[in-house]
Design a protein around this ligand. Structure first.
Ligand SMILES: [Zn+2]
Ligand SMILES: [Zn+2]
Length: 460
C-alpha cells in the first residue's frame, strides 16, 4: 500500500531537479537558517536583508526624498508610462510568457520584456518563474513559496523578508527556461540589469530629456519600482484573499475587479489557476485585462505567436460544476420533507381509523400519507375543501380532480408527510429505491426533487 507523501519524504522521480541558483553559494546538505526557531538573539539571521534593502529600505528613502523633490508634469507622465511598461514586463513577460508559456515571443519582444521586467525590481525571470510554477503546482500547501495559508502579509511580502529554505519549496521543471538565452543572460546579470533599468535609465531619460535628474531618480525610479512591486505582490495576497470563485472553490485563488485594476489584469485569479496556460486572465471583453490586450496587439504586429486558449466548452464545464456545488449547498439547507424510505409503512385500515376515530387530519396522496392538521386553516382553497379529503385517497382531487395544485403546493405537501401506505402505488418500490435505479442525489448524497417531479404529482 502506498503511503501519502509528506513534504519530508524523498521526491518522486518526476523529471524535476532541485533549483540551482546560478549565482552565490548554496549547499543543500547544510541545515538552513529557517530550521532554527526565531528568538530575540537570532531574529536578524532570519531576515533576508538584501530583499529588505530593495523592497522596504529604498522605497522608504524614496518617500523621504519625495518631500524635497518637486514633481514636474513631464516626469509624472514618464513615471506612469514607464510603470505600465515595467508592469507588462512582469505580467506579459515573466508571468504569461515565461512562467506559463501562454504564448511565444519573438527575440525582440523577449528582450523588451526581460529589460522592462528587470526595471520592476522583482528578481530574475528564472528565479521568479520557478517560484511561480511551484506556487501553481503546490497552491496552499507548505511547498507553495507564498502560500496564503500562512497569512495575508506573509503571501504579500513576508515570504521575501523572512529567509525561506529553498529545499522546502516544491520542485518544478524549468528546463525550458534554462534553454532560453534571454532568461539565462538576464539571470546572470540581474543586479546590473535591475539597477540600470530600475534606477539609471529613468534618471538618464528625465535628466537628458528635460533636466529633471533628481525627479527621474525619485519618481521614475524608486517610487515607481515601489508601486509596481506592491501592485504585483497583490497577485499573491489580494488575489488569494478577496473575490469570487466561479470555477473552483477548493483552493484560495479568487476573481476580483479591484485586484485586476491593481495588477494590469491579473485579478481573475480563480480562472487563471484553473486555466494557467491561457493567455487571457479575463475572458469577457468588458473585463479589465490590459496584459491580454497587449499580447493580442503584439500578435497583430508579428511579435507574438501561438497564443494558447482553452476551449470555451472546458471553461463552461468548470463554471457549471461550481454552480452545481453552490446549488447543492443551498438545497441542503432547505426542508424537503422526510425522505420516503425513512417513513413508517401504514396499513389502509389504520389510516382510515386514524382519521376517523382518532381525529387525525390524515390525507393520502399518491401512496403517501400527510398530516395536514396544522395547515387546514391556512389552505388557500379554504378549510372545507381540504377537510373533505381527510381520511381519503385524494390523489385525483389534488392532481386536477378539484384543482391542479402548483409545484409549490407539492413542495409544501412533502413537508407534511408522515407515512407511506402499504399497497398504495409504489410504496414497496420506494422503500428499496426506485425501480432498482439509484435515486438522483446531489454531491452531498441528498435526494434531488426537481420542479414537477414530486412523488405526489400524478399525471392523470
Ligand atoms: Zn496564485
Ligand atoms: Zn500564474
Amino acid at each position: 500500500m502506498s503511503a501519502l507523501k509528506t513534504s519530508d519524504s524523498p521526491p518522486i522521480d518526476d523529471g524535476t531537479k532541485d533549483y540551482v541558483p546560478l549565482r552565490g553559494k548554496y549547499d543543500p546538505k547544510k541545515p538552513h537558517t529557517s530550521e532554527q526557531p526565531i528568538t530575540w538573539t537570532n531574529w536578524h539571521q532570519h531576515i533576508n536583508w538584501l530583499n529588505v534593502f530593495f523592497i522596504l529600505f529604498i522605497p522608504l528613502l524614496g518617500c523621504i526624498g519625495a518631500y524635497w523633490t518637486p514633481l514636474y508634469r513631464r516626469t509624472a507622465i514618464f513615471a506612469v508610462v514607464y510603470y505600465f511598461n515595467a508592469g507588462l514586463g512582469i505580467t506579459g513577460g515573466y508571468h504569461r510568457c515565461w512562467a506559463h508559456s501562454c504564448y511565444k515571443a519573438t527575440l525582440p519582444l523577449k528582450i523588451y520584456l526581460a529589460a522592462a521586467g528587470a526595471g520592476a525590481g522583482q528578481g530574475s525571470i528564472r528565479w521568479w518563474s520557478r517560484g511561480h510554477r511551484a506556487h501553481h503546482r503546490y497552491t496552499d500547501t507548505v511547498k507553495d513559496p507564498y502560500s496564503v495559508q500562512k497569512g495575508f502579509w506573509y503571501s504579500h511580502i513576508g515570504w521575501m523578508v523572512i529567509k525561506q529554505d529553498p529545499k522546502r519549496i516544491g520542485r518544478t521543471d524549468i528546463s525550458d527556461l534554462d534553454a532560453d538565452p534571454v532568461v539565462i543572460w538576464q539571470h546572470k546579470h540581474y543586479i546590473k540589469a535591475a539597477l540600470f533599468m530600475g534606477l539609471v535609465f529613468p534618471t538618464l531619460f528625465c535628466g537628458l530629456g528635460w533636466g529633471d535628474w533628481i525627479g527621474g531618480f525619485v519618481y521614475g525610479g524608486i517610487l515607481r519600482v515601489f508601486f509596481i512591486q506592491q501592485a504585483t505582490f497583490c497577485v499573491n495576497s489580494l488575489a488569494h484573499w478577496i473575490g469570487e470563485q466561479p470555477f473552483d472553490d477548493r483552493n484560495s485563488p479568487r476573481d476580483h475587479v479591484l485586484t485586476a485594476f491593481v495588477t494590469l489584469g491579473e485579478g481573475y485569479h480563480n480562472f487563471h489557476h484553473e486555466f494557467p496556460s491561457d493567455y487571457r486572465n479575463a475572458i469577457e471583453w468588458w473585463q479589465y485585462d490590459p496584459t491580454k490586450w497587449s499580447i493580442w496587439v503584439w500578435k497583430q504586429l508579428g511579435l507574438a505567436y501561438d497564443l494558447k486558449q482553452f476551449r470555451q466548452n472546458e471553461i463552461e464545464k468548470g463554471r457549471v460544476q461550481q454552480l452545481q456545488k453552490k446549488v447543492d449547498q443551498k438545497r441542503a439547507t432547505l426542508d424537503w420533507g422526510t425522505p420516503l424510505h425513512q417513513l413508517p409503512v401504514m396499513e389502509w385500515d389504520d389510516f382510515v381509523e386514524g382519521a376517523k376515530s382518532n381525529g387525525r387530519a390524515l390525507v393520502a396522496i399518491a401512496g403517501v400519507i400527510h398530516d395536514v392538521a396544522g395547515f387546514v386553516k391556512d389552505h388557500p382553497g379554504g378549510r372545507t375543501m381540504i377537510s373533505s379529503a381527510i381520511g381519503k385517497d385524494a390523489t385525483a382531487l389534488f392532481n386536477g380532480g378539484v384543482y391542479q395544485h402548483s409545484n409549490a403546493a407539492h413542495n409544501l405537501l412533502s413537508t407534511m408527510r408522515v407515512a407511506v401506505l402499504r399497497g398504495g402505488c409504489e410504496v414497496e418500490i420506494w422503500k428499496r429505491g426506485v425501480d432498482g435505479k439509484t435515486p438522483m442525489v446531489d454531491s452531498s448524497g441528498r435526494g434531488i426533487v426537481r420542479a414537477g417531479d414530486q412523488v405526489t404529482r400524478v399525471v392523470l
